[in-house]
Design a protein around this ligand. Sequence first.
Ligand code: 6GU
Length: 481
Amino acid sequence: MRIDVVTIFPDYLAPLELSLIGRAAAAGPLQLQIHDLRAWTKDPHRTVDDSPVGGGAGMVMKPDVWGRALDDVLASGPSDPSPGTGECSGREPGGVVDGTTHPGARTVLAIPTPSGIPLTQRTVEDLATADHLVIACGRYEGIDARVAEHYGDRVETLEFSLGDYVLNGGEVAALALVEAVVRLLPGVVGNPESLEEESHGAAGLLEYPVYTRPVEWRGLAVPEVLLGGHHARIARWRRDRALERTAARRPDLLQSLGAEQVVRGDREVLNRLGWGLGPAGVARMRVRRGIPDDAARLAPLAAATFPLAAPPGLDEEALAAFIAENLSVERFEDYLADGARYVVMVGEVEGSGELAGYTLSVLPLSVGEPPYAADVEAIVQERPTAELSKIYVRPEFHSSGLARMLMAQTLAALAEARVEGEPLAVVWLGTNARNRRAQKFYARCGYERRGGRRFWVGGREMSDAVWARPPLESAPPAMAD
Ligand code: 6GU
């Protein structure tokens, strides 16, 4: 690859002679040339700037000087090394630069500017495949806009920024770009594996923290797991730290993680951090207390999800009747208005307009109030007792972790509830005994199977498994598998 940098401060680019980049330039896959823009001035003062047309502060770099410089440097092509670093030809314009001067070669003109597109590793990877990279470093208030416009029509042009802050000129950005691109050229970085696990790599996560000896330094120990030599455990630990770091520092990166980038074991740590895996990839999930305004969104959610876990054999009419009777907007308005009787929790997934899940719990109004179902009364004898009547999640968020989050938050809300001043002793629920996924879920959430019950829906008798657990921390819902 050939890289030309045009600047009014050639010395600023001297660090490129050092280290990996210098070695690549000396012997490897890189031909690097630094040019002094002033070589293309024609006046005795070697003027490169002028005041902004239309007024304003600062100075603007002249298009005519830049035009002569870039015509020459672009025309020199990827494989026409002119004299070495620090020198420049200063020759007259080499004619039209139209990208066909060097057939088959890919030339990119990169212009650092705080108003450019943020430079990313993806862009850097792409630039590393070019044959010729020309970097035009502006100073002052920037380069006359017609320069980028003119070359933009003739050669692949990239106005890029290092980030949301302002530097005095493009030289630091040029250094950054050259280093980022050149380390990707074959043979420049000794161990190509070190390119794989780094931040902004294919994983889409920030890199995990790294340590070396001594294992104890200023009272800080290297994490135990790294000393054990258990490779799978170390990999899991590193992955968890990478996920945590990314959640804390770059939630935008986590947000753009696709489902295919989420691996086994990620879900638990994501859930703990308030994230889950939905149909559109990783998304922030939130569980909160329902408010009266939620009724209009809860009813359709309840109507859509209830049939999916309904006992087999229940006919459409009976289902519809149950939904109309118990899951209407009006009924949810009642539930949401009566905080002494009902606890409604809703689950939201960022980016999805709908509610993704909910729970509905029924509190007793007096300490001794038994479960409304007589056969439950016999097997759930602790008082006061509440029923977790509904816990539903849209199918696209099954196994996202939202159900666990809903359960944990619901139990936390129930642990806060008081019945005649007393905390709940137990929470019970009934569930279709043949739904194995559900039984597994309740067992994992710390419920104990107490027995069965019979109940009626739409004139048909059904049978359920009854599960119970205390709402308090005594047997915490194991939110991690
Ligand atoms: Cl590329 N140039 C300048 N002058 N300032 C910057 C920048 C570039 N990126 C961030 N700030």
